[in-house]
Design a protein around this ligand. Structure first.
Ligand code: MN
Ligand code: MN
Length: 451
């Protein structure tokens, strides 16, 4: 069984779209970098900060940044905003290895960095690959230091070692989920000693950090430094029909929905594109979807459009609003067919994928979209020549997962999961089909522009 849409779409446009997407991926390996880069692109397209605007009229384009890690864009529609907004919500955090608050130590003459993984990973996949160290350090005096080591061609990189097969008899006899612990994910920082008696190599590494970045060891405490794969996004396959990259969950849906709103003028409904943080660890916190940030943004938007505000405005607006929760789904993998059910799986190159529900153990942890809204999305996609498919996240009882859909639906907004299928999800090098990526863009755009 196959469901390819390649023969019914404009291949050249799909390939062109993917090449800009690859640039975006390489500049957006963390939520902070992704926020910065999308902000840069949006300002070039005429978006201004909502805080600087007093009144808004149809066609106006605004954004708001949440603590540098999440961002929301809006274009005011011709229709009354109280009749609802069209919202696309994606997330821009991805699984990675965070530094611990006290990360640096020395053992056997090698300086090492302790990590704590962020999001669901198969730990062994993060060993023996080049890693970049990216992030923000806040010094005690409030000064902010940006760190980015490993992304430039001339930069050194970091890595986490693994055992040679020759001595792995004990390791290989363990169950896959148990043969590595989180405490084994320590990265190599260096080996040049200085002249001190104690901690010679650690001291030398800390001196290098002080010299290059002005960072003291204690400054790690107030930092967000993360290891991400150093390799760059590339086309994959002899025909270059896939994109391979770190962080496509969920930057593939973030980019396609963001590009959609960048290319909309004078929409009927007010369009909103929300790029959230913290989805991979449960959407909690001030920058996650469970925070009041989206509500606050919408309240300000309504106030600037209506020239006044009361509590019912936001409630009426949200209860009439519609949302596509733009997150990736599991692609049907020829190497691992047994975990999927062929009639309800997401085929690579099968188009943008609707998931009526996600969840696990009998749909637990999903909002399960209303049939009426799924029907409406079918109509919108079909009448705009968007190639799409519908799938479940694997076989019943095989596992499962969740997205931000449930949190948005809980705001009394009609919500449906809809995203790009991915192979090797949560690995350092995830795969997406250029056909599905392009259909993501067309699908989100058609939805945002719908009446
Ligand atoms: Mn995701
Ligand atoms: Mn994920």
């Amino acid at each position: 069984m196959e469901k390819t849409v390649w023969n019914t779409i404009d291949r050249e446009k799909a390939y062109d779209f993917a090449s800009d997407y690859i640039t975006f991926l390489n500049k957006s390996k963390t939520e902070r970098l992704c926020t910065d880069y999308s902000l840069y692109l949006a300002e070039k397209k005429g978006f201004t900060e909502l805080d600087n605007v007093k009144t808004l009229k149809p066609g106006d384009k605004v954004y708001a940044v949440n603590r540098g890690k999440s961002i929301v864009f809006a274009i005011i529609g011709k229709d009354d905003i109280l009749n609802g907004i069209n919202l696309v919500a994606a997330h821009i955090d991805s699984p990675r290895l965070d530094l611990k608050p006290n990360p640096v130590y020395e053992d056997l003459g090698i300086a090492m960095a302790k990590t704590h993984y962020y999001g669901g990973i198969k730990k062994y996949q993060w060993t023996t690959i080049p890693l970049s160290l990216i992030g923000t350090v806040v010094k005690e005096n409030g000064e902010i230091v940006e760190v980015n080591i490993g992304e430039d061609e001339d930069d050194p990189v970091f890595t986490i070692t693994d055992l040679l097969p020759h001595l792995a008899a004990d390791q290989m006899s363990k169950k896959m989920g148990q043969f590595m612990s989180g405490e084994d994910l320590n990265a190599v920082l260096g080996s040049l000693p200085n002249d001190d008696e104690k901690d010679k190599v650690k001291g030398a590494i800390l001196a290098l950090l002080k010299d290059k970045y002005g960072i003291d060891e204690e400054d790690f405490i107030s930092s967000e430094l993360v290891f991400v794969p150093s390799f760059m996004a590339k086309s994959v396959g002899l025909d270059s029909s896939f994109v391979g990259s770190y962080g496509q969950d969920d930057r593939v849906c973030a980019y396609t929905s963001f590009e959609a709103i960048l290319n909309i003028e004078n929409p009927e409904k007010t369009c909103v594109c929300y790029l959230a943080d913290k989805e991979e660890i449960g959407s909690m916190g001030s920058t996650g979807t469970k925070s009041r940030f989206l509500e606050t943004f919408a309240a300000h938007l309504i106030n600037s459009v209506k020239g006044g505000y009361n509590e019912l405005y936001l409630k009426d607006c949200f209860s009439a609003s519609k949302c596509l929760s733009a997150d990736v789904t599991a692609g049907y993998d020829p190497n691992y067919k047994s975990v999927c059910e062929e009639q309800n799986s997401a085929y690579m190159g099968g188009g943008l994928c609707i998931c009526k529900y996600t969840g696990a153990r009998g749909k637990s942890g999903t909002s399960d979209a209303n049939a009426e809204f799924v029907g409406e999305i079918r109509r919108i996609f079909n009448s705009n020549n968007v190639k799409w498919q519908i799938a479940e996240l694997g076989k019943v009882d095989q596992g499962g997962g969740g997205t931000v859909a449930q949190y948005i639906a809980n705001m009394n907004i009609e919500t449906l999961d809809c995203g790009v299928p991915i192979l090797s999800m949560h690995s350092p090098f995830e795969l997406a089909s250029k056909a599905d990526i392009y259909m993501g863009y067309l699908g989100y755009k058609a939805f945002l522009e719908s009446k």
